[in-house]
Unconditional design. Sequence first.
Length: 293
Amino acid sequence: MIIEGDTIVDEHGHEDLQHFSSGFLVGCYFDDLEKKSIPWHWHEEMETGIVMEGMVMLHTPKQEWTLQKGDGFFINSGMLHEMKSCQEGPCKVRILAFHPRLVGTEENSIFWEKYVRPVLEHPEIESLRLDQDLQSARRDLIEASWLSCRNEEYGYESQVRENLTRLLLLIGDGRPQMLMENAEKYRRYNERTKQMLTFIKRHFGEELSVRDIADSASISESECLRCFRKILDTSPIAYLKTYRLQRAAELLETTSRKVSDIAAQCGFGEMSYFAKSFREIYRCTPSQYRSRT
């Protein structure tokens, strides 16, 4: 089954992947990034897909990829990532999300230890750009898997599992099982940032300071700033502002509430500042944005 429309991200920053068929650990999606970008989020599932129209910016903490029509991509399990259109016009992406257990069966199995774990723990595999020409074999496996999920012919689950297993083998092939010298420190930054993003998404409408955000992860303000800079390449306050504007845009699109009420609900105390900030991101006033959607 194909889930069409915007990818759903819950209040904790986790993508809603509850569309898996019973017992089959694969979700199949079709996202239109012209309508709405996919904000920073994470999930246990690995994610792969193909750009069908437009140009896409895929961003993980240490990597940034510009994907053209026909390019594929891979995002590792548990990795913070965002995805958005790079230009005006149609921008559509086919996406598959699959749990590592689909290939590894269970932790400590030979499949997990030999083929899944090396990819999960490899420091260079946050995400990958799968060029349509140079990496056509990987791209073909993604396309075949997505089409199998769409058609749902008898035995498609077996075909999808085989294709995604082969994809993971190609991704991990020839990569040494290495660890970064600062791998533990980086994982700590990553986990702390996730905690703070969860806090922001729960309390974005309230008056928040860097101290409040840092306290949510039981760290100092300087460590909070360091985490955001190293993982998201931004500051906690800049991220908070962007997230508030994203939520305001959603409310403008899905409700008929007054613009001033939406601004207040999303943490903007002054209407003039809200309007100015909104225009910087969406290139129009809040009222104009509502009339376009």
